[in-house]
Write a protein that binds this ligand. Structure first.
Ligand code: IPE
Ligand code: IPE
Ligand code: MG
Length: 235
């Protein structure tokens, strides 16, 4: 593929693990496990392509509504993959950060998040932002609470409130807004992901289920992005 324009910042809504498992008569948890393996490969593919920031939606604030069995399986995978990600990140000079509200997780998971971010914080390559217990509305709500606190304590005045300031109070504060937003499994919705940050992102939706998403699929998304004409409201 010629003349690929590599997006600086890619965001992915990884969807379809359950359908992938169902097609194979496997429990949903097996779909999530396969999805974790795809995630690991995707991180490496993005590093090789020169992507600067990859943000992945792995668990939403709404996903707690799933059965206790499924949530339990997801937490078990999270515990395991957070440790594994330290190696993947360090091998690839990747800095891992977490976005979302970690306060709802068990203490050992919160410790795992800290270990992952601490162990990779000096890496200078791609930033991998892992969205867990993440909801765009929840993120904005928490940002508003913090802005109000800072105005009330006198750290900030109302005149300081700008779009840039609001961005800086979000979990993504210094991360670039996504140039390309990918969703697997064909659903045509955002499902509460990065509501503020995707104002001018280009969307790419594929029917491919997340566990089947590979480098070829990633290149197809980037190829499509390469032909987009971004206008940002201008002409
Ligand atoms: C995405 O796969 C992973 C999470 C949301 C945790 P799903 O579990 O949503 O898979 P489908 O949509 O049921 O196929
Ligand atoms: C979005 O997928 C959330 C994540 C990928 C983590 P869902 O499967 O939860 O979204 P809906 O329910 O189809 O909108
Ligand atoms: Mg889904």
């Amino acid at each position: 593929m010629e003349n690929l324009v590599i997006p600086k910042s890619i965001a992915i809504i990884l969807d379809g693990n359950g359908r992938w498992a169902k097609k194979r008569n496997l429990p949903r948890a097996m779909g999530h496990k396969a999805g974790c393996e795809t995630l690991e490969k995707t991180v490496e593919d993005c590093v090789r392509l020169g992507v600067e920031c990859l943000t992945v939606y792995a668990f939403s604030t709404e996903n707690w509504k799933r059965s206790a069995i499924e949530v339990g399986a997801l937490m078990k995978l999270l515990r395991f993959y957070m440790v594994k990600l330290i190696d993947v990140a360090n091998r690839n000079n990747v800095k891992a950060v977490m976005i979302g509200d970690e306060s709802r997780f068990e203490p050992d998971i919160r410790k795992g998040i800290r270990k992952l971010t601490e162990a990779t914080k000096n890496n200078t390559g791609m930033v991998f932002a892992f969205a867990i217990n993440y909801g765009g509305r929840d993120e904005i709500k928490r940002a508003v609470e913090n802005i109000v606190d800072d105005v009330e304590s006198g750290k900030l005045s109302k005149e300081n409130i700008s779009e840039e300031l609001i961005s800086s109070y979000l979990d993504t504060n210094d991360l670039p807004d996504p140039d390309l937003l990918i969703r697997t499994s064909g659903e045509l919705r955002v499902s509460n992901f990065l509501l503020w940050q995707i104002a001018y992102s280009e969307f790419y939706i594929t029917d491919t289920l997340w566990p089947d998403f590979d480098k070829e699929e990633l290149l197809k998304a980037i190829e499509s992005y390469s032909h987009r004409q971004r206008r940002f409201g201008g002409r």
